[in-house]
Design a protein around this ligand. Structure first.
Ligand code: NAD
Ligand code: DAU
Length: 340
């Protein structure tokens, strides 16, 4: 298969490409990435250095119709997976415009270019956040829940989901959608909860918990999400959305306490800061459709996954230092400056 992956230099894309080059050495993977602050070409340098014939990096923007069209034709692409996005909720609150540009208009551009090129499989990577929020005892989200996004990030992702649906209904374009819960694992940019708390705890800084820490997320190890995307590519029904989750619901406070215990750090580092505006209370995923139709089930327990993740960050301090420079620092100073 000749597969175009967008956003492959980000957290999930990087893990996905490593996993697929191992599992499918016969695939040709083309990674189209704009290299925003969150994209790091060095993540996959190992594949470039090995001169791996199955991997090609392409520097470009998913919003660029001419470039995307030429890539689809020149590299004779069979299938597309669209991971590329602005992915951080807090940044979307600060400045929604880039989210609309990449997550909604960029996704539509990918769908249109792929439709015109006659691509036969297109997986659009979405998120559980498009469903909005759950109360403490509500049943988990199914694919039949309405889309009720609450942040500019989730609204921009929901816009793309609806466009993907329209491309299937109108043009019979063979697009499938994945909606997954919170990922964790290697290469996650340290603006997200787990790597941020790891960095701060490691240097005995205060850990900023939004509100009272009672918000609930369902945590999935990144390789399990990647397997879900792989299964969707190989077996997904065109026009269908599939939920994925880790069956590991935790309050933010529970999670941070577990992390502190693994790191051997004191809970007195926890500090409560001003809440995120529009903060969704709880996400939980019913992924029985993916179990039934795709044979998906999360392989990693949270207890195994979080230890593996901590080990990776401990062994890759240089990676953390590298990505923490520049734009990251500017944003963090601004965001946390306001929350003190
Ligand atoms: P990330 O922010 O780590 O990486 C995003 C990547 O996309 C970066 O490499 C960036 O350079 C690239 N990119 C951004 N704009 C681009 C553009 N216009 N053109 C080309 N490339 C561009 O994000 P992530 O956490 O790896 O998330 C990947 C996808 O998975 C996103 O679509 C996100 O919405 C979705 N998702 C993430 C999670 C999670 O927990 N992280 C959960 C469910 C779904
Ligand atoms: O649910 C899937 C989504 O998960 C993805 O679609 C997004 O791309 C991804 O960023 C993630 O969104 P969240 O907003 O849930 O992730 P984040 O790591 O930013 O926050 C997780 C929870 O932790 C959330 O309830 C907010 C809280 N939090 C976060 C940070 C960064 C804190 O309490 N303190 C913090 O400093």
């Amino acid at each position: 298969m000749r597969l175009l992956v967008t956003g492959g230099c980000g957290f999930i894309g990087t893990n996905f490409i490593y996993l697929m080059t191992e599992r499918h050495p016969d695939w040709q993977i083309f990674n189209l990435d704009k290299l925003t602050y969150a994209g790091n070409r060095k993540n996959l340098l190992k594949l470039e250095k090995e001169n791996n014939p199955g991997y090609t990096f392409l520097h470009g923007d998913i919003c660029d119709k001419k470039y995307v069209t030429s890539v689809l034709h020149d590299y004779k692409i069979d299938a597309v997976i669209n991971f590329a996005a602005e992915s951080h909720v807090d940044r979307s609150i600060n400045d929604p415009a880039p989210f609309l540009t990449t997550n909604t208009l960029g996704a539509q551009n990918m769908l249109e270019c792929a439709r015109q090129a006659g691509i036969e499989k297109f997986v659009h990577v979405s998120t559980d956040e498009v469903y909005g929020t759950l109360g403490p005892s509500d049943p988990a989200f199914t694919e039949r829940n309405p889309l009720e996004p609450n942040s500019p990030y989730s609204a921009s992702k929901a816009g793309a989901d609806l466009m993907a649906r329209a491309y299937f209904e109108t043009y019979k374009f063979p697009v499938t959608i994945t909606r997954c819960s919170n990922n964790y694992g290697p290469y996650q940019f340290p603006e997200k909860l787990i790597p941020l708390m790891f960095i701060k705890a490691s240097s005995n800084e205060n850990l900023p918990i939004y509100g009272d820490g009672s918000n609930i997320r369902d945590w999935i190890y990144v390789d399990d999400h990647c397997t879900g995307v792989e299964l969707t590519l190989l077996k997904g029904r065109p026009g269908q959305a599939y939920n994925f989750g880790g069956a590991a619901e935790k309050t933010n406070l529970e999670l941070v306490r577990e992390l502190l215990a693994i790191l051997g750090k004191d809970e007195s580092l926890i500090t409560y800061v001003k809440d995120r505006p529009g903060h969704d209370m709880r996400y939980a995923m019913d992924f029985s459709l993916a179990e039934k139709e795709l044979g998906f089930s999360p392989a990693m327990t949270f207890e195994q996954g979080i230890r593996k993740t901590v080990e990776w960050y401990r062994d890759n301090c240089e990676w953390l230092e590298d990505v923490r420079s520049g734009a990251y620092r500017e944003f963090m100073d601004h965001w946390y400056g306001e929350r003190k």
